[in-house]
Design a protein around this ligand. Structure first.
Ligand code: ADP
Length: 489
């Protein structure tokens, strides 16, 4: 199919899916929401903070290279390292003290919702999906303020033994502290002077200070857990994310296995009254291989139906599942890596006993689905095109507040490089008689053991923001699928 035919298909798919979203009865979204406090730091502010903390102290700490941030000097050391190298970095902090210090000494320019579940909840509510039931185990007053204020976005609480769905702003825990991540952006050319040690920042980038206070748990209180079967009766699917916050060991003697078990119990409880409920997990980077493997083999495998991930995450997942060679080939980033990406997707589908694996990359999406999935390949393709339109809208506007904003994505052209990259995969699949050239070009393939859907995506050349686009893609495609399935009922 030529690019202009894809563009036509994009418009048709967007109007089809946007008209069908009302078919969805409800979606449950958990666990990770936080507030992102964003500050663009300027030369004079860096200077002021260095003076405040003492240049010698900061220089010494730079040599120590702190792995986590315990105090403001650690923060300044990691900021200067990131600025010196022009590299993005994410460093955890285990208390909320640094937040207080930053509020007293720097203050953010703007704040917005962060965390996969937070971003997805707001997106779905903004698209007018009925009953977006969001759950975050640490709903503070600050956190509640960053959820969109719409009647279809609800938070579950139990009052006098009864499950009630409330607006997050009426449901927060007054004593709960907020999980606030700081994103410190800096610009190329900013000069930093730490007692004569002067440099100029080589490239625009950012330091993220990720808040990981000790009370952070991927969990749910028992009284709510007991009501999950009632909650799930009225909804069609769940989107679960945030498992990367599970730790290997906790101070109270519990470990990752306890939390993996709790996570599985929640899924099973959701399915108790709604066994056909579709469950999507949005994967992310997880450094700790023990946790990464446990999430895949114990939570995702057998319990979840759909998995969304980017190319690096595909390699990381394959790696812990014992497919090091394919993982390596995915990361090679040469013209053959797209073939490995497809092979990897099939491995994940089979190995983890899934119905659907959706990989998003810059320029194309690959989705493999089981043969018995209750949806034809054309409907899968419409869902992917809808998701790509949302991604383009988010990259160009920074935020999607309603369906009209979402439709702005249609103005963004299909990325020609992504379209070209797909040709390598076409050659491979046609040579192996997995499909004909015509089927490949239409993006709808019936292979012998699975179905395969491949689309070139829309890419914004100069995006306003890129945070959370992967979450938008996966959530958009997943709800489009739910809407399509309900259309056929
Ligand atoms: P995040 O965790 O921030 O969501 P991911 O790596 O999971 O990031 O996903 C990023 C995805 O966003 C990419 O795979 C790509 O498909 C999409 N994307 C990134 N930049 C753009 C852009 N400028 N225009 C459209 N899509 C983009």
């Amino acid at each position: 199919m030529e690019i202009d035919e894809w563009e036509k298909l994009y418009s048709e798919s967007f109007s089809n899916i946007s008209g069908l979203l009302k078919n969805i009865n409800g979606v449950f979204v958990a666990y990770n929401s936080n507030v992102d406090a964003i500050k663009h730091i300027r030369e004079h502010e860096v200077k002021r903070l260095i003076n405040l903390l003492g240049c010698r102290n900061v220089q010494q700490r730079i040599l120590d290279y702190p792995r986590d941030i315990k105090d403001p000097v650690d923060f300044m050391a990691r900021l200067i390292i990131a600025m010196r190298d022009g590299k993005a970095a994410e460093v955890p902090t285990y208390t909320t003290d640094l937040h207080d210090w930053l509020m007293d000494n720097l203050v953010f320019d703007k704040a917005r919702i962060g965390g996969q579940a937070g971003i997805i909840s707001n997106l779905l509510a903004s698209l007018d999906v009925k009953d977006v039931i969001t759950y975050v185990p640490w709903l503070s007053r600050e956190q509640a303020e960053y959820f969109v204020d719409k009647p279809n976005l609800k938070y579950p609480v139990v009052e006098d033994g009864t499950l009630i769905l409330k607006s997050p702003k009426d449901a927060y825990e007054p004593e709960q502290k907020a999980k606030i991540n700081w994103i410190i952006e800096f610009s190329k050319g900013t000069k930093v002077d730490c007692s004569g040690d002067v440099f100029s920042v080589p490239r625009d980038n950012r330091l993220i200070v990720s808040s990981r206070p000790k009370w952070l748990r991927i969990d749910m209180p028992n009284y709510l857990y007991e009501h999950l079967p009632e909650l799930s009766k009225g909804i069609d699917g769940a989107i679960l994310a945030g498992y990367q916050m599970i730790k290997e060991n906790y101070d109270d003697g519990s470990d990752c296995h306890n939390y993996v078990e709790k996570a599985v119990n929640v899924i099973e409880k959701l399915k108790e009254t709604n066994p056909k409920m579709r469950i999507h997990v949005e994967f992310t980077s997880i450094q700790n291989k023990v946790i990464r493997k446990a999430i895949l083999t114990e939570i995702v495998s057998r319990h979840v139906t759909s998995l969304g991930l980017d190319t690096v995450e595909v390699a990381n997942a394959l790696n812990v599942l014992g497919y090091e060679e394919i993982a390596y080939a995915v990361m090679e980033k040469d013209e053959k890596s797209i073939i490995s990406l497809y092979e990897g997707a099939v491995k994940l589908l089979c190995e983890l006993d899934l119905e659907r694996v959706h990989i998003h990359s810059l320029g194309f999406y690959i989705c493999v689905a089981s043969k018995d999935y209750p949806l034809d390949v054309e409907s899968h393709r419409q869902s992917l095109l809808f998701a790509s339109t949302l991604a383009a809208a988010q990259a160009s506007l920074g935020d999607i507040n309603n369906m009209e904003d979402a439709s702005a994505g249609l103005q963004v052209p299909v990325y020609d490089q992504g379209y070209e990259d797909l040709k390598q995969l076409e050659k491979y699949l046609v040579r192996r008689s997995i499909c004909s050239a015509k089927d490949f070009e239409d993006g709808c393939i019936h292979a012998s053991t699975h179905n395969l859907i491949i689309v070139p995506s829309k890419v914004v050349k100069e995006p306003v923001a890129t945070v959370g686009i992967g979450d938008t893609i996966s959530a958009g495609a997943f709800v489009a699928i739910l809407a399509k399935i309900n259309e056929n009922l």
